[in-house]
Structure formats: C-alpha cells, structure tokens
Design a protein around this ligand. Structure first.
Ligand code: A2P
Length: 304
C-alpha cells in the first residue's frame, strides 16, 4: 500500500494527514509541530477553523529547526463561504498564507459550494434561521480559484462538501480540474456512490471526520462492536481500523487530534491490512448518517 496518492495534475498527496478542525487554541500549534516531527507530511487547515495563525507559528518554528522542510509537507487550506465573490478570493488566500506564514499552499479548497453574504458574522442567519447568501455562482468562484494557480499562490485547487451533481457541473467548465473532493466519510456515512463517481473522474476523495467522532458517545463508529472486534483481531485500536478502512478504499484520510499519543497512534496504520471480508463487514455499517449536516447550523438542506 502506497503512502501517497496521485492527483489528476501529476502531483501527489500523502494519504494520511493531520486534521485541525476543532483543534483548540493553545493546542493546535503544538499538535501540528508534534505531528511534523513524528513524520506527518500532510496538514489540513482552513480559515474558518480560527487557528491558522497558531498553526502558522508552528510551521515556522518547525521549519526553522531544519529537520522538516517546507517542501516535504503538503499543506491544505480552504476558502470560507463568505469569500466567494471573485474580488474576495485572492485576498482570502493571501490572508491564509499570511496566517500560516507560508509562500504557497499545496492545495486550496472551496470549503462548501455555497456563497454566504459577506458580513461580520461568518455564518449570518436571516429571520427564518436560514443562512444568508449572495448571488455568486460556483463557476465565478472557481474561475477566481483557477487564477490562484496561475499566480503561483497554490499548487492545486479542489472542493469540499460537493455532491455528485455539483461536481458533474463543475467538471463541465473547470479549466483547472479539482484534484480532490473533501467530504465526511466514516463507516456510518460511507458514501459509496460519491466515492465511486469521484474516483472514476480522477478526483481524489479526502475523508474528514474519519473517526465519526461528532455524534453522541453511543452512536460513534469508534465504539461500534464490529469495529471493536476487528481491532482486537489485529491488535490495533478502533481508530486505526477506521483510518485503515478509508485508506484501503483509496481515500485520503485526515483524522484530527491534539493528543500526541493519539497523533502517533493514527499514523501507525501501514503495518496491517484489513481482509476483504473485514472491509465488507465495515461497509455494511453504512447508514448514511452525517454528523456534519448544514440543516442544523444554516437551516439549509444542502445535502437533501
Ligand atoms: P483528541 O484531539 O483529544 O485526540 P475526527 O477526525 O473524526 O473528527 O476525530 C477527531 C476526534 O477524535 C477528536 O475528538 C479527537 O480527540 C478524537 N481522536 C483522535 N484520534 C483518536 C484516537 N486514536 N482514539 C480515540 N479518539 C481519537
């Protein structure tokens, strides 16, 4: 099993990265530095995670020590939904570069295929509890993102939270193809059709929330009895089984942790293999259950 995947533009992406969503202030930077020092070569960031300055300081600290080189690390960030206007995209990217203390990003993603109204609130709601949008099409935003590649600010561009239909449309006009679609994937939300579609179109799939940890304690893949027993067979942890299941589907995986022991644990996934029968057993756990559904926060049936 290879530790990196090929992208449709000839570049590669390390199959395992560290997620930073919900990495708490005061912990995010330490976690990133620790991950880099233990060999992680892929860090996933986003402007909306509100921790990019702290992560950026960790990059500078780590790279200045010399053991880890910037060019050996794949760094992703994401355009927030209130910066979709073509006039806002480059500025937003430059702000992220400044925050992360970088000269370029390896990958810049459109975080969601929806343009929010620019407002001091990052997620402004109207009197119906519905997210306030601005009339900017995905195509207009994508054109502006393509410019970032031309300018050399980013090596690759991609999307996140795109459905099959949204991607189909994007692929009709993209001059620069999205290299990946980053979506919620874990055994309770396996998304086999979307994964199959993306892979058929050479758009790599990246799994966020791969441990499915946002649900209540009793409804988490990490506590599922099938996962626990497979983990036991291999002498591995449930988290390692979940990560391995995604890797074996050819999916890039970015588990988040700010705990150094768990950061190390999550990377120790290249010394065992799930059998076909085990993969099939895990596939059967799918119940199309999303832990991240904009209906709750934006009043919007984005996936419905
Ligand atoms: P922590 O940061 O304290 O380690 P996901 O990437 O699916 O959203 O999962 C992230 C959540 O899972 C975080 O709450 C994280 O907590 C926890 N987590 C990360 N790695 C492990 C692990 N190996 N075992 C158990 N929980 C983990």
């Amino acid at each position: 099993m290879t530790k990196s995947l090929s992208l449709n533009n000839g570049r590669t992406i390390p199959a395992l990265g560290l997620g930073t969503w919900k990495s708490e202030p005061g912990k995010a930077g330490t976690a990133v530095a620790a991950a880099l020092e233990m060999g992680y070569q892929h860090i996933d960031c986003a402007a909306i995670y509100m921790n990019e300055p702290e992560v950026g300081a960790a990059f500078t600290r780590t790279f200045s020590k010399g053991a880890v080189k910037r060019e050996d690390v794949f760094i992703t960030s994401k355009l927030w939904n209130n910066k979709h206007h073509p006039d806002a995209v480059e500025k937003a990217c430059r702000q992220t570069l400044a925050d992360l203390q970088l000269e370029y990003l390896d990958l810049y993603l459109m975080h969601w295929g929806i343009a929010f109204k620019p407002d001091k609130e990052k997620q402004p709601l109207d009197e119906y509890g519905m997210i306030m949008t601005e009339p900017v099409s995905i195509q207009e935003t994508w054109r502006a993102m393509e410019q970032l590649v031309k300018l050399g600010l980013v090596k690759s561009i991609g999307v996140a939270n795109f459905t099959t239909t949204m991607l189909l449309d994007l692929l009709t006009y993209a001059k620069v193809k999205p290299v990946t679609n980053q979506v919620e994937i874990h055994p309770y939300n396996a998304q086999p059709e979307l994964v199959n579609f993306c892979q058929a179109k050479e758009v790599a799939v990246t799994a966020y929330s791969p441990l499915g940890s946002h649900g209540d304690e009793k409804n988490r893949p990490i506590s599922d009895s099938a996962i626990l027993s497979i983990a036991k067979v291999h002498g591995k942890s449930p988290a390692q089984v979940l990560i391995r299941w995604s890797l074996q589907r050819g999916i890039v995986v970015i588990p988040k942790s700010t705990n150094q022991k768990r950061i190390a644990e999550n990377a120790a996934v290249f010394d065992f293999e799930l059998s076909e029968a085990e993969m099939a057993e895990i596939n059967k756990l799918n119940k199309d259950h999303r832990f991240v559904d904009p209906i709750a926060s934006w009043g919007l049936g984005y996936f419905r």
